[in-house]
Design a protein around this ligand. Structure first.
Ligand code: FMN
Length: 196
């Protein structure tokens, strides 16, 4: 096989997953999501967009070196003048799929209303709707059962985003009920299906 053909084949099999994470306690599972994506999707490349609060739940420095983590500060460090790249637009171009796991109540509310005040919400707002966007809600049961939640989830589904539904279990806060993020294996299966 010629080098050009090989390069073309590699780029057609390569899958680029952009993982958005937010300030839900379920962000402790971000390292496991990454691990399972690498295990189950061949030729996958992963980059992360982490909100400020999501970083309270996992150690960014513990992730594999090949996984780039993008933060709000970087968006403004990389843009200084007109010709400079705009990070949220570059990420939209780079990714084949965006999966927001976990999606907390705050970011759910923001993206359902078009608010874009950080790197993750700007990436969502600038997303190419021809590419899949998956979201995995994770919140306290009372937050989940509030009437606003189902309205906002419905809005996201109307945009064409794919919900990976939350599950019922004993939550980190001790409450029992719906609101827990889907299992890691369920999320990775959904990502795999979305990009296959
Ligand atoms: C310990 C702790 C755990 C939290 N877990 C959740 C959660 O599971 N789901 C949620 O919607 N909010 C949760 N929150 C609240 C969010 O962190 C808060 O709304 C924050 O502003 C979210 O910001 P972000 O959406 O920009 O990441 C938690 C807060 C704390 C202090």
């Amino acid at each position: 096989m010629m080098a050009d053909d090989r390069e073309q084949k590699e780029s057609s099999t390569r899958k680029r997953v952009l993982l958005g994470c937010t300030g839900s306690v379920a962000s402790i599972k971000v390292p496991r999501i990454i691990e399972e994506l690498f295990l189950r999707i061949s030729s996958v490349e992963i980059e992360i967009v982490a909100t400020e609060y999501s970083q309270k739940f996992f150690d960014v420095t513990s992730l594999p070196e090949k996984v780039k983590v993008h933060t709000d500060a970087e968006e403004w460090q990389t843009w200084q003048k007109m010709e400079d790249p705009v990070l949220h637009v570059e990420l939209r171009r780079w990714a084949d799929v965006l999966v927001i796991a976990p999606l907390d109540a705050n970011t759910l509310a923001k993206i359902s209303h078009g608010i874009c005040d950080n790197l993750l919400t700007c990436t969502v707002r600038a997303w190419d709707l021809k590419k899949p966007l998956l979201f995995c809600p994770a919140m306290n049961t009372n937050m989940w059962e509030h009437p606003l939640t189902s309205r906002q989830v419905t809005t996201l589904k109307e945009f064409g985003y794919l919900e990976v539904p939350c599950i019922e279990k004993k939550l980190a806060c001790g409450d029992i009920g719906y609101g827990a993020m889907a299992e890691v294996s369920t999320i990775v299966t959904a990502v795999k299906e979305a990009i296959s």
